[in-house]
Ligand binder design. Structure first.
Ligand SMILES: Nc1nc2c(c(=O)[nH]1)N[C@H]1C(S)=C(S)[C@@H](COP(=O)(O)O)O[C@H]1N2
Ligand SMILES: [Mo]
Length: 194
């Protein structure tokens, strides 16, 4: 039922409210460190995009930063009951997908994102993934992401609760079936939309 309602109501034109720069919190909360193991090697990090089984492309941070940058200031909401207006920057997933020719991939129903150590993972319906405010994010308050907030790259997806904003993306894949989702497995709503 929830899925049906969500799919029928969701449209890319519905934007999350954005805020003026001065409303952005200078000190951003850190919440959740699943999948953020200490032995992470940030220097050799590359984003893995699994286009198909046996067909993975590896994308460097410099290549990601060369894409058009989008900033978003919005009210970040955690399912635990707090929220905070915060400022993020990166490339929209829609721009990224266009640049890397991922049209077959984005015609699938879901994207899956996983941390490098596979300790945290989320599944996102493609409409939300392609939403104009959804970004592969590498900046917070105009500076590189702090390690605890997801350096080098995280998901920012203002149409969803915090649980879906995976920090430290290792790999990305596409599927017509729901990808595994860390908090769904703990009984939370799969979509966690706002
Ligand atoms: N890798 C990873 N990403 C994660 C989490 C986590 O435990 N591990 N927690 C999520 C939750 S519940 C929230 S509210 C946000 C918090 O983001 P922040 O730490 O940058 O404030 O990260 C999300 N992304
Ligand atoms: Mo959260």
């Amino acid at each position: 039922m929830n899925e049906k309602i969500f799919m029928s109501l969701f449209a890319n034109s519905r934007l999350a409210r954005s805020y003026p720069l001065q409303d952005a919190a200078p000190r951003v909360r850190v919440n959740g460190d699943a999948g953020m193991s200490d032995n992470f090697d940030a220097t050799n990090w590359k984003l893995q995009v699994v286009r198909n089984i046996g067909d993975t492309i590896y994308i460097t941070m410099d290549e990601i930063k060369a894409l058009p940058k989008t900033d978003i200031i919005f009210d970040f909401k955690c399912i635990e009951g707090w929220s905070q207006v915060t400022h993020w920057g990166g490339v929209t997933f829609a721009d990224f997908a266009k640049k890397y020719g991922l049209s077959n991939e984005t015609s699938k129903k879901y994207a899956g994102l996983i941390t490098p150590d596979k300790g945290y993972y989320v599944g996102i319906d493609m409409a939300s993934m392609l939403h104009p405010q959804t970004i592969l994010c590498y900046e917070m308050n105009g500076k590189p992401l702090p390690l605890n907030n997801g350096y080098p790259l995280r998901l920012i997806i203002p149409v969803k609760y915090g649980i879906k904003h995976l920090k430290r993306i290792g790999s990305l894949f596409f599927s017509n079936e729901r990808p595994p989702d860390y908090w769904y497995e703990q009984g939370y709503d799969y979509y966690s939309g706002l």
